[in-house]
Design a protein around this ligand. Structure first.
Ligand code: AMP
Ligand code: ZN
Length: 471
């Protein structure tokens, strides 16, 4: 069955047809790194990671690019406050962000480009825009995009240029009085004292925010891509401006499908750093396993606003625990299940269980309706709780538990708890190996070494003694 995606561009669900068969080129605007990410920022990470995982499950090869904005006013402000270089701030929070992503089971992107590493490409694209008459340099060295020169401006946000000019003046005029037109936006701006800057043909300065995504998307995915995504606050002006820059420079459609997640709110207000109504992912991790946060995010459709509350987190915890418990119960039963093939009755039940997988796929094919997809997992769990008993064959038990794990895995939910390996356990095994060696029982020593290797522990015999590390 084909997959449908709601496209902000057409305001409709459309069949997904990739540019290249079997491949998906996807770009997701990433965070500005000046602080720990809050759970509002985590929503697009979890949502689009799930989109990616479902597409990979369907057999697509997904080239997934997500940037870190590492040059920005807020980063510079924080660097000045701490008296350090702005790269110290951005590097610190990129590392922290990657830790949070890993804890939420968000897969690292195929590429995580950094704005500061891509300045050359930005200079090239800006020059192309100037050469084509889509951009101009003002007297102070600022380069602006000539918005009216791009006839389709407004096509993503469904805004009309004249309405923007009249109605939203204050939004667009930000004190720069050298613009030809108040709709024009910055591509390159002159440096201020103490700020990082790069040389350019126009002035020593730094890029505007929008140009970085146009350039990184082109460099890592090509001039035309399948999906461009981010939170709905990015539709205007960020994504509208990206389209204008890319399409004016390259003369090609920039992205075929535009996906936007709705906000994570608190008391029906957008969670944001500036409003101060936020919880960081780290805050949440002190109280909950971050798998619960992931479950909470996916329990709503990504285009519906989601209100964060303690009650909803508790409900998410209960929901997630239900799946984990079902998996652990079946794993326990598996230890004493019957050998041999499934009985005819079990085969019929297994067939029935496949119906839940179909339901899951139908929900995901319908613009990634994770709320319904999770409901299908629950139906499968309920089915398992009723139908998997100690009398079953291992083959049947394994089939059902594998299905629960597969569907959970697509949602990025880790539902099988691996026993945590403690340093003290590892050191006890190393000591046992040393004892075996002392007793000249080398077979046993080797066996323990192999056992540790299976657990992902690598040993190194050095003059100072045995050292170990996790693989
Ligand atoms: P920022 O660091 O503000 O550029 O945001 C990074 C990503 O998080 C963007 O895709 C934003 O749209 C998204 N985002 C920020 N706040 C929220 C929120 N409260 N709910 C959902 N998405 C958000
Ligand atoms: Zn972007």
């Amino acid at each position: 069955m084909s997959m449908k995606i709601y496209n902000t561009l057409s305001k409709q669900k459309e069949d997904f047809v990739p540019i290249e068969e079997g491949k998906v080129r996807m770009y997701v605007c990433g965070p500005t790194v000046y602080n720990l990410i809050h759970i509002g920022n985590a929503r697009p990470m979890i949502v689009f990671d799930t989109v990616r995982k479902y597409m990979e499950h369907k057999g697509y090869e997904v080239n997934f690019v997500s940037n870190f904005t590492d040059v920005d006013d807020k980063i510079i402000k924080k660097a000045i406050e701490e008296g350090v270089d702005s790269s110290v701030i951005s590097e610190r929070y990129i590392e922290e962000c990657k830790k949070d992503m890993a804890a939420m089971n968000v897969k690292p992107a195929s590429t995580h480009p950094l704005a500061t590493q891509e300045i050359g490409g930005m200079l090239d694209m800006i020059q192309t825009l100037i050469d084509k008459g889509h951009a101009y340099r003002a007297a102070d060295g600022t380069v602006y995009f000539r918005t009216r020169s791009f006839k389709e401006y407004g096509k993503l946000s469904h805004k009309n240029l004249d309405d923007l000019q009249g109605g939203n003046r204050s939004l667009l005029v930000s004190g720069e009085d050298q613009k030809e037109d108040s709709l024009d936006f910055v591509l390159w701006k002159p440096k201020k004292d103490g700020e990082p800057y790069w040389e350019s043909p126009w002035c020593n300065g730094r890029p505007g925010w929008h140009i970085e995504c146009s350039v990184m998307s082109k460099k890592y995915l090509g001039e035309e891509i399948d999906i461009h995504a981010g939170g709905e606050d990015l539709v205007f002006p960020h994504h509208e401006n990206e389209i204008a820059q890319s399409e004016a420079a390259n003369g090609k459609t920039f992205a075929r499908y535009w996906m936007h997640n709705a906000f994570l709110n608190i008391d029906n207000k957008k969670m944001s750093k500036s409003a101060g109504n936020f919880f960081t992912v780290r805050d949440i991790s002190e109280k909950y396993d971050l798998q619960v946060l992931r479950f909470f995010m996916l329990s709503a459709h990504y285009r519906s606003p989601l209100n964060f509350s303690a009650d909803l987190m508790e409900a998410a915890k209960n929901g997630y625990d239900r799946i984990v418990t079902a998996v652990s119960n079946i794993n326990f039963l598996l230890e004493s299940g019957k050998d041999g093939e499934m009985t005819a009755e079990e085969a019929a039940l297994a067939k029935e269980a496949e119906g839940f997988i179909t339901k899951f796929d139908e929900a995901m094919d319908d613009d990634f309706n994770t709320a319904d997809a999770i409901a299908a997992i629950f139906e499968l769990v309920k089915f398992a709780n009723t139908n998997v008993t100690a009398d079953n064959t291992k083959a049947f038990m394994q089939t059902i538990v594998d299905e629960i794990k597969m569907l959970s895995d697509i949602c990025g939910l880790i539902v099988e708890k691996k026993e945590e390996l403690l340093d003290s356990d590892i050191e006890a095994l190393i000591q046992a190996r040393q004892d075996a060696r002392k007793a000249k029982d080398f077979a046993k020593a080797d066996e323990i070494r192999g056992q540790l290797l299976d657990m992902g522990i690598i040993l190194e015999d050095t003059r100072e003694g045995v050292k170990w590390k996790r693989a």
